[in-house]
Write a protein that binds this ligand. Structure first.
Ligand code: XIL
Length: 299
């Protein structure tokens, strides 16, 4: 198959990209998007600072634009993200009362998931809750005011809001099996599965340096999958986009039955949040880079 999406579909997987609503009118951008990708993650439009900039006042306009595009072009959507310490409005990060914050968090999850109900394949319910170099949660308003149970609370609320969406935990620096952070997330997923806390998938952001994935990446993916969750590569980009690094990443997913798809974090290098690293599959003119061919061959 001659495109990333079609090649991934040959093994029942998807190939996605992050999309910015403001770029949909750029025809070079949308032509590549609709030719190559069959899954879309909004790059910023579903984050709290956009969707609920003040308490109880919701703005789904920019995300609706992306969902509308996806529907019109037969692409599925990943929802990103409901509970995250970053791109969080000050009115939330300033809450100090636990009952208030719990109801604010649950209302945010329920209202956003209800708005998009039936249109989202998988939600990143909680993003980046673990601390680097540690098995523990990072400090955030959610952690500091609600305690360790905030992640479980978020997942239970999410399941009730849209029972047909897959519910994911998403993070970075959890690709290397022996890292403390990887072990911390693994222990959480194992605990959730043993106690019946709803969780369906783990997203590995995979923002890699030029060396690409750690040698243990496939082991990490298969160990998580063995807990009974799907695994996905959710925000892939690799500094300088070496072909080998990209191919190794794709192979790690292809070798794990429950690795259901790969998303790159943008289309052209010029679209990347790390544009100085030229980390994507298309150059600034929309031309395929060598890494594109390496990915296509590895799918
Ligand atoms: C990034 C976006 O790409 C930028 O446009 C924005 O300014 C900051 O966020 N981890 C995540 C993504 O989960 O949401 C982040 O996206 C990149 C790191």
């Amino acid at each position: 198959s001659g495109t990333l999406g079609a090649a991934a579909a040959d093994s029942g997987r998807y190939f996605g990209t992050a999309v910015a609503a403001g770029k949909l009118g750029d025809s070079t951008y949308s032509t590549i998007l609709d030719r190559e990708f069959n899954m879309i993650t909004p790059e910023n439009e579903m984050k709290w600072d956009t969707t609920e900039p003040s308490r109880g006042s919701f703005n789904f306009g920019p995300a609706d634009q992306i969902v509308g595009h996806a529907t019109a072009h037969g692409q599925r959507m990943r929802g990103h993200t409901l509970v995250w310490h970053s791109q969080l409005p000050g009115w939330v990060s300033g809450i100090r009362d636990a009952n208030t914050l719990r109801s604010v968090m649950d209302n945010h999850i329920t209202t956003e998931m209800t708005h998009f109900k039936g249109k989202i394949y998988a939600w990143d319910v909680v993003n980046e809750a673990f601390a680097d170099g540690s098995t523990q949660h990072r400090s955030s308003v959610f952690q500091d005011v609600l305690g360790n149970g905030f992640i479980e609370e978020a997942f239970r609320t999410a399941r009730a809001a849209d029972p047909s969406a897959k519910l994911c935990y998403n993070d970075y620096n959890i690709e290397n099996w022996t890292d403390a952070k990887t072990q911390g997330v693994y222990a959480m997923v194992k605990d959730f599965k043993s106690r019946g806390v709803p969780i369906d998938c783990v997203g590995f952001q995979s923002h890699f340096g030029a060396g690409g994935p750690p040698a243990s990446f496939q082991t990490t993916l298969s160990n998580f999958a063995a807990l009974g969750v799907d695994v996905q590569i959710t925000e892939l980009d690799i500094a300088q986009a070496p072909s080998t690094a990209y191919a190794n990443t794709v192979r790690a997913c292809m070798n794990v039955a429950r690795c259901t798809g790969i998303t790159v974090w943008g289309i052209r290098d010029s679209d990347s949040w790390r544009s100085g690293d030229n980390p994507l599959l298309f150059d600034g003119n929309g031309n395929k880079k060598p890494a594109y061919d390496a990915v296509l061959s590895a799918l």
